[in-house]
Design a protein around this ligand. Structure first.
Ligand code: SF4
Length: 439
């Protein structure tokens, strides 16, 4: 790491970014405010703080190379270990969601397809590779990584995707291999994962130039645990009627627990969000003005449709109050135990929803329907994400039968809207709305 790069990054942190933010606020102040939609309650006040945090994270990342070791990380990897070596971490999946929301999915996917990658691959992978080949991104510029850190607890696609990056960039790829949970997790699997974590230490020391410090890891893991627990508590406020936020809000407010887990900023942000949501519950302020029906969402968001869907459902008095996706960043955190850091990191990261059997998912969804008083289920069958979408028709049928609630499957994608039929989705949703209103 160079002293001049460190000084430049510090300057941007202390002066460059605050100056840019002040200028942006001044310009925004001159714009006419957007007209409020009467179907929604008052917007969350801390949305501005969230935007600031994520903009700062992407902005400062440009100055990280040379100043800090940089890693690209998959969303389900045990990032706490990287934090102990002071890596600046970027999440291509979070960047993929950003590109999806900005409707850049098809353009970047095509850039990857032109290099020979199949349109059947996950569109987060294609967006990331498309960005890699074309340099296009709504985030300005992403820093080149020194290391790739990947866990197959979410899917196998990430292994091949990160192998391509490692090969092209000629940098180390560290893989955390998590055996799939067909039933209960066993001691052999935990020992296998613990061993891998320990074997990573010399690689991370070499790339970062820092010696491992267990005390530091424990502190960072504690911070990570607090952020995930607070995030879980934020989601639990949606058990209230009316719910103080929608799942569409939660899809956005999820960003710090995905990308900044283990840093004080993520924990501090969720303290603010929780305080605001708790206050809204006490004052009876709902995310939508007329909450008549409460829904659950399964799978990742349809990023290019978040606003349209939120308006469509709110106009009918329907609010999404739970989602398996947003729940995933709180679901297993209770296993993280600083008295057994390695074993508990293994458990926390290998018991996540996508590394677990369908019976587990069914039971989880049944529990959530009860706890959040859900009236109906919307299942997003995401063309990109095979592990999340596999078995969804069976899940929908079983949940409808067992719980007697209407359910619908919409076929879409997380970022690539070339494969989305609006008419087909709306036809299915209209039938769902009728069933729900008649229930
Ligand atoms: S969207 Fe699905 S397939 Fe793509 S990286 Fe995420 S888990 Fe893997």
């Amino acid at each position: 790491m160079s002293l001049s790069a460190k000084a430049r990054m510090q300057f941007m942190k202390d002066l460059g970014f605050p100056a840019m933010l002040a200028l942006a606020k001044k310009t925004r102040g001159k714009r006419r405010p957007r007209q409020a939609n009467p179907d929604f309650g008052p917007p969350l006040k801390c949305a501005g703080r969230l935007k600031e945090i994520m903009t700062r994270h992407y902005y400062l990342s440009r100055f990280a190379p040379g100043a800090r070791p940089v890693a690209w990380v998959t969303s389900g990897a045990p990032v706490e270990l990287l934090r102990a070596f002071d890596f600046y971490t970027m999440y291509p999946e979070n960047h993929g969601a950003l590109c999806g929301a900005q409707k850049m999915g098809p353009e970047l996917c095509e850039a990857a397809e032109q290099e020979g990658y199949s349109p059947d691959l996950c569109s987060y992978a294609r967006v990331d590779l498309g960005h890699f080949f074309s340099g296009k991104t709504p985030a300005g510029k992403l820093p080149k990584p020194d290391l790739l850190f990947c866990s197959n607890n979410i899917c196998q696609t990430v292994v091949y995707w990160y192998k391509v990056l490692a090969h092209r960039l000629n940098i180390p790829l560290v893989l955390f291999d998590t055996p799939f949970n067909y039933g209960e997790i066993n001691d052999t699997d935990i020992a296998y994962m613990k061993e891998q974590l320990l074997e990573m230490i010399p690689v991370l020391e070499k790339v970062s130039g820092k010696a491992f410090d267990l005390e530091r890891l424990l502190k960072l893991a504690e911070l990570s645990k607090s952020a995930s627990q607070l995030w879980g508590q934020c989601l639990e406020t949606m058990r209230a009627r009316p719910a103080p936020m929608t799942i569409f809000d939660a899809f956005i407010h999820l960003a710090p627990v995905v990308s900044l887990r283990g840093l004080p900023v993520a924990r501090d942000y969720y303290e603010i969000l929780l305080a605001e949501l708790t206050q809204r519950v006490a004052q009876g302020i709902g995310a939508i003005t007329n909450e008549k029906k409460r829904l659950m969402w399964d799978n990742i968001a349809v990023w290019y449709k978040v606003r349209d869907f939120s308006e469509l459902f709110a106009a009918r008095g329907m609010n999404f109050v739970a989602a398996t996706y947003t729940n995933a960043w709180a679901e297993t955190i209770q296993h993280l135990d600083m008295s057994h850091p390695w074993e508990s990191l293994a458990k926390t990261y290998s018991l996540v929803i996508l590394n677990n059997n369908l019976e587990h998912r069914l039971k989880l969804m049944e529990k959530m329907v009860g706890e959040y008083a859900v009236d109906g289920l919307v299942v997003h069958s995401a063309r990109s994400c095979k592990p999340y979408s596999l078995g969804q028709y069976d899940l929908k049928r079983l949940l409808s039968q067992r719980l007697g609630i209407p359910a619908v499957v919409i076929e879409a994608d997380i970022t690539d809207y070339r494969f989305f039929s609006e008419e087909q989705a709306l036809t299915r949703l209209e039938a769902f709305f009728e069933a729900l209103e008649a229930a």
